[in-house]
Design a protein around this ligand. Structure first.
Ligand SMILES: *[C@@H]1O[C@H](CO)[C@@H](O)[C@H](O)[C@H]1NC(C)=O
Ligand SMILES: *[C@@H]1O[C@H](CO)[C@@H](O)[C@H](O)[C@H]1NC(C)=O
Ligand SMILES: *[C@@H]1O[C@H](CO)[C@@H](O)[C@H](O)[C@H]1NC(C)=O
Ligand SMILES: *[C@@H]1O[C@H](CO)[C@@H](O)[C@H](O)[C@H]1NC(C)=O
Ligand SMILES: *[C@@H]1O[C@H](CO)[C@@H](O)[C@H](O)[C@H]1NC(C)=O
Ligand SMILES: *[C@@H]1O[C@H](CO)[C@@H](O)[C@H](O)[C@H]1NC(C)=O
Length: 524
């Protein structure tokens, strides 16, 4: 409460207007179930062992993952691979990953490795993930080297087979190749490279990888299909529709696909204008809905085949993020609305892409020696970035019941979104996001919106609320956020400070500042 009063004072919030909120006490039939690992991670695999630790565990990273597991009842899932999965070769017995990197530039302070050679130890490092983690791993398709894909798949499966049962690590799937729709760009396939040709190549590799990884149509480990960089949303191009129209599911290995993965970034964080403009665009309700809604036909075609649909690689702006944008507090606000809106479209999980030193990371798991935005010399110990708070809020809002469902609330506002959350069909919480930017450069006082809470029926309606808020001084800040008064910006990645929430009544409603997220818990 102290911190709320503090914020209200220094930003002299003024309530500009009120918005009516009408919430059903039991889950409407259109509410969708949402996984406790709805926010998951995709890791650029060139520096995979820096994330979890090679021989000994990276305690900082372990702690930030355990924070999420503690709130959600399960750790986030991992997809390991991406661009560098297609630059990886295998050398049996290799203990330390061999990588070749181009020098850093101001535009790309932390480039991806040009080549990667791994041994069994690379895959065995997954033992440093929190117990209960599910993993999808990628193998090389781009270089058309069946031996590489075969040896990688074999080493992946051998690693998981050897992990002690107590680690409870599950290999969900193998992905063959990353963003094959873009292979022609680097001259890796003759142009044009059609979806029909791709499906044939996938089937050849999948036949081999399936045998190496002991995949069957009913095994615990299956294939992720797709993983394209873009989608043309049609049967004739790189899209789920194109995969199906070209018969991938009729092939022997096609029947081993459990999940279709697509990739999505919101655009470029360069040349998008002032930093505040770029952050405001990213956060805005219409932008988020526009970007995700483009995938409605893709999702429908996947669901029609009874397959799972994930965003297997996503984040704010491509090329590792926009400087001073993707690592801003506004990115946390963006991510919360992005993942909950995605749930409404039938996206069952989003894997946020992360690489060492990337601007859009939720977490920087090791000490960095140059600034992620400018490449200027600067030592930064392991730390979380603002977007990490979105993962915390999402994990806490969904919780560990395993029976959570969510529906977007209809709010008459272009800057305010809201979601109602149900446990076993009974209203438990509501999450509100105010995406109006409040920046260090904003010269007017900080606006606030009053939410008038109401229910669609009265019998058994709760009367009391607890309000927990993500407090952000400015959307363009890169640190200093607090969630319920607590910080995760600590040297060990564990939460610090005591929880502060506000007790209120349904009748009294809730105020939400520009650039704020609040979680309302209902009590009778
Ligand atoms: C094919 O892959 C194997 C194993 O990764 C590697 O040793 C070999 O050099 C690769 N061949 C080519 C032509 O890249
Ligand atoms: C898979 O490819 C490897 C390397 O080319 C080969 O040794 C192996 O026999 C192949 N396995 C199958 C089942 O095709
Ligand atoms: C796949 O098989 C189904 C019947 O099993 C058939 O209806 C469909 O046309 C086939 N698709 C392609 C692209 O061959
Ligand atoms: C996301 O939406 C913005 C605003 O409409 C648009 O400029 C951008 O191109 C979209 N990105 C994608 C990948 O569709
Ligand atoms: C990002 O912010 C830093 C200061 O923190 C500034 O030096 C740099 O020019 C900014 N980069 C861009 C692209 O705005
Ligand atoms: C929606 O909000 C606008 C102002 O932002 C207002 O003019 C309009 O009457 C509202 N509509 C409803 C249905 O409340």
């Amino acid at each position: 409460m102290l911190s709320l009063a503090f914020f209200a004072t220094i930003f002299s919030a003024s309530t500009a207007y009120a918005v009516d909120v009408s919430i059903a006490l039991t889950a409407p039939s259109s509410a969708v179930s949402i996984s406790s690992s709805h926010i998951s991670f995709s890791i650029e695999q060139d520096r995979w062992t820096d994330w979890v630790g090679a021989t000994s565990r990276n305690e900082f990273y372990f702690n930030v993952l355990q924070n999420l597991a503690g709130l959600a009842g399960e750790p986030p899932r991992f997809r390991i691979g991406a661009d560098s999965e297609d630059r990886t070769n295998f050398q049996p017995g290799l203990k330390v990953t061999e990588t070749v990197f181009a020098p850093p530039t101001a535009a790309t302070p932390f480039p991806e490795a040009e080549s990667v050679v791994v041994g069994q130890a690379f895959y065995q490092a997954a033992q440093n993930l929190p117990p209960g983690t599910h993993v999808t791993w990628g193998v090389n398709l781009k270089e058309e080297n069946l031996t590489a894909a075969f040896l990688e798949a074999q080493a992946i499966v051998e690693a998981f087979e050897a992990f002690p049962a107590s680690l409870d690590l599950t290999l969900d799937a193998v992905e063959i190749g990353n963003e094959a729709d873009l292979y022609v760009n680097g001259g890796f396939r003759p142009s044009p490279f059609t979806i029909a040709e791709y499906v044939q190549q996938w089937e050849t590799f999948a036949a081999n990888v399936s045998a190496a990884a002991k995949i069957t149509p009913t095994s615990a480990t299956r294939f992720w299909g797709g993983a394209f960089g873009g989608s043309d949303h049609s049967a004739s191009g790189f899209s789920p529709q194109g995969l199906f129209a070209n018969g991938i599911l009729n092939s022997t290995q096609g029947k081993e696909i459990s999940t279709i993965s697509q990739h999505l970034y919101s655009g470029s964080g360069l040349n998008c204008g002032l930093t505040s403009t770029c952050i405001q665009n990213l956060m805005s309700k219409a932008f988020i809905r526009g970007n995700l809604s483009a995938f409605i036909p893709d999702i429908a075609s996947v669901k029609a085949q009874n397959l799972d649909y994930v965003m297997g690689e996503t984040n704010s702006y491509f090329d590792h993020g926009g400087p001073n944008i993707s690592d801003s507090a506004g990115a946390a606000v963006w991510a919360v609305d992005y993942v909950f809106f995605a749930s409404q479209l039938g996206i069952s999980r989003l894997y946020f892409h992360e690489g060492i030193g990337y601007k859009y990371n939720f977490v920087q798991p090791i000490t960095l020696n140059i600034n992620v935005d400018t490449a200027a010399p600067q030592v930064a110990p392991p730390h979380v970035q603002p977007a990490y708070y979105a993962a915390i809020i999402t994990a806490e809002a969904i919780g560990n019941s395993g029976t959570t469902s969510v529906i977007e609330l209809t709010l008459n506002s272009s800057t305010l979104s809201g979601y109602a959350l149900y446990n076993s069909g009974k209203l438990s919480k509501a999450l509100f996001i105010n995406s109006q930017g409040f920046f260090t450069t904003t010269t007017t006082s900080r606006p606030s919106v009053h939410l008038d809470l109401g229910f669609t029926s009265t019998a058994g309606a709760p009367t009391k609320i607890t309000v927990k808020s993500l407090d952000i001084a400015h959307a363009d800040d890169k640190s200093g956020l607090t969630w319920g008064g607590q910080t995760y910006e600590t040297s060990d990645g564990k939460v610090s400070g005591s929880v502060s929430v506000e007790q209120g009544t349904v009748q009294g409603g809730v105020d939400i500042l520009a650039t704020q997220v609040v979680l309302v818990t209902f009590e009778s």
